[in-house]
Design a protein around this ligand. Structure first.
Ligand code: DAH
Length: 344
């Protein structure tokens, strides 16, 4: 009988089961009423008296071990089963790095949103443009220095007529022309985009950067309308306490033209190194659309007037987030980009 018990002990240790039914079958086989162990118990009375003690101990050991083994199998199976239920088959096997929005995109979206709330629609135009849309239709004189190769990247030079030059646009004002030539006023558009200039790259100049252009053309549009839109924009962008100031300026496509300063948002207008002690910082150019520009783009300047605004997104980002090296925007340094973990 002892040999039988020992053999069963080994057998029990090695038990395996793949599912709940198999475990139950094993339980019945070993621990059931008519199971192997109960059968041995029944045979126990035939064991000679002097061996009863040692055989009894072994028999109890077998019963305990069988119970433990069945319990362990059940526990193991349960674990495996719940593991399966929680398995997410849609999960990728490697960690997904969630990126952050680029600071220029954050600021661009903010600018666009402010104008969108005032009824402006987004308009777009090509970055590879012709001379006409970038310069001629915007009232640049034939000999204007901005047309020079030193400022402009040329893709293709026109053979005889300069207007056929294909260039990289140097400003988003070209989109004004693209919109006016195809749209009847009222026109109310905002055009964000990338522009290119032939500049040596340094902390304050880059060969490409970003602008947002706004154009409004309708009957009886006045400078007062322009000023009010600028004030609303400045306050929404930089805070309700922001003041604006318009200085006379010159652009070929606007008349009169102005540059807008806002009260320095770093020192609040008291004067600091950022605003060079003046309390003001320049943020954009603007003006009333020159009647020549309206006419060049097929809009009757006796019926319609308009205003235009142009600003650099890098400049505004610098003011909002104090990024004072332009190169950071295009170097893809994750340490820099991760500082802009915002939901915008
Ligand atoms: N296009 C100008 C530039 O790149 C910016 C600008 C100034 C745009 C005045 C405008 C404007 O629409 O009215 O420097």
């Amino acid at each position: 009988m002892l040999t039988k018990i020992n053999q069963l002990l080994q057998e029990v240790q090695a038990l395996q089961a793949g599912n709940a039914e198999e475990i139950e079958a094993l339980r019945i086989k070993y621990l059931g009423k008519k199971g192997v162990i109960n059968e041995l118990m029944a045979d126990f009375r035939n064991v000679p008296a002097e061996a009863k003690k040692s055989v009894g101990m072994e028999l109890n050991k077998l019963k305990e071990q069988a119970q433990e083994k069945i319990a362990a199998l059940k526990a193991q199976f349960k674990e495996r089963k719940s593991g399966l239920e929680e398995l997410d088959l849609t999960r990728t096997p490697y960690p997904v790095g969630v990126g952050t929005r680029h600071p220029l995109s954050i600021v661009k979206n903010e600018i666009v949103d402010i104008f969108a709330r005032m009824g402006f629609n987004i308009a777009d135009g090509p970055e590879v443009e012709d001379d006409w849309h970038v310069f001629s239709s915007m009232n640049f004189a034939e000999d204007h220095p901005a047309r020079d190769m030193q400022d402009t990247f040329f893709i293709e030079e026109g053979a005889e007529n300069v207007s056929h030059n294909i260039i990289l646009r140097t400003h988003t004002s070209s989109v004004q022309s693209r919109v006016m030539e195809t749209t009847k006023p009222p026109i109310r558009v905002i055009c964000p985009g990338r522009v290119y200039r032939n500049e040596a790259i340094s902390y304050r100049a880059h060969a490409f950067f970003h602008q947002v252009e706004a154009l409004y053309v309708d009957k009886q549009v006045s400078f007062a309308d322009l000023r009010q839109v600028l004030l609303v924009f400045a306050r929404q962008m930089f805070g309700e306490d922001t003041k604006i100031r318009l200085r006379p300026s010159y652009f070929p496509f606007t008349e009169p033209s102005a540059e807008m300063d806002i009260s320095c948002n770093i020192c609040g207008g008291k004067g600091c190194p950022f605003c060079k002690g003046t309390g003001w910082v320049e943020i954009l150019g603007c003006g009333m659309v020159d009647p020549n520009v309206l006419e060049l783009n097929g809009i009757d300047s006796k019926v319609y007037s308009g205003y235009a605004i142009g600003m650099g997104i890098e400049r505004i980002t610098n003011l909002k987030y104090r990024v004072n090296d332009l190169r950071l925007f295009s170097e893809n340094d994750l340490r820099f980009l991760k500082e802009f973990q915002t939901a915008y």
